[in-house]
Design a protein around this ligand. Structure first.
Ligand SMILES: [Zn+2]
Length: 213
């Protein structure tokens, strides 16, 4: 399986303080290289946007942040500030160093895809995080080999006491942010979820923002 060679022009100097904010357009995704030791800050610009987050080993795309392995490692379904997220090889890949939303994220649900929207009644093609992932990774020069399960930032879908999971409206605030430190050279991919059928993005997909520093 091919492994990417080309890397983006994203800042690779770990000492740089002049982070340039990058907009993740509504319904779209962006991918960028992050050097070990650098930080990624993702901002919920409008306060209502779920952002699907993936992190892949930049040198070997078969290794990636894995939600099922993180849940074992953390003994929790809710990653919080200070927690280390691990790969499908159980190695540290990112550490959450700041989280203004105090763990209001999801590690259980799959990325949305065209089939999800078909089941929700869409007759025509609907933008989705799965296609966003592949498109953004290819646009940034990478060739992932599979779609990992996403870390769904700000997605308000907790498991209720009766075991159900509902697509609740967001409870986050404008400007909420999370900061993650890269624990290996990685590629981050962030999708502003196009979900507008259920309430998870407030029924109105919006843009978000990230920066690497
Ligand atoms: Zn989505």
């Amino acid at each position: 399986m091919a492994v990417q060679k080309k890397r983006t022009t994203a800042k690779r100097s770990g000492s740089s303080k002049s982070a340039v904010p990058v907009t993740i357009p509504a319904r779209k995704a962006k991918a960028a290289f992050v050097k070990k030791g650098q930080h990624i800050r993702v901002v919920n610009t409008h306060g209502t946007q779920v952002v699907d987050c993936w992190a892949l080993n930049a040198d070997n795309m078969t290794e990636f942040m894995s939600m099922e392995h993180c849940r074992v490692f953390l003994e929790s379904i809710i990653p919080r500030k200070g927690d280390v997220m691990v790969t499908n090889r159980r190695r540290p890949i990112i550490k959450i160093t700041e989280d203004s939303a105090s763990g209001t994220h999801d590690t259980l649900l799959a990325a949305c895809d065209r089939y999800r929207y078909e089941l929700l009644g869409c007759k025509d093609y609907h933008a989705n995080c799965t296609d966003n992932f592949w498109e953004a990774m290819v646009m940034a020069g990478y060739k992932p080999v599979e779609l990992p399960s996403p870390f769904n930032l700000w997605q308000n879908t907790p498991v209720e006491v009766d075991g159900t999971i509902k697509p609740n409206a967001p409870v986050t605030r404008k400007g909420d942010f999370i900061v993650m430190r890269a624990m290996m050279n990685l590629v981050i991919c962030l999708s502003a979820c196009p979900q507008d059928i259920t309430a998870i993005c407030g029924n109105k997909p919006r843009s978000a923002q990230f920066e690497i520093f």
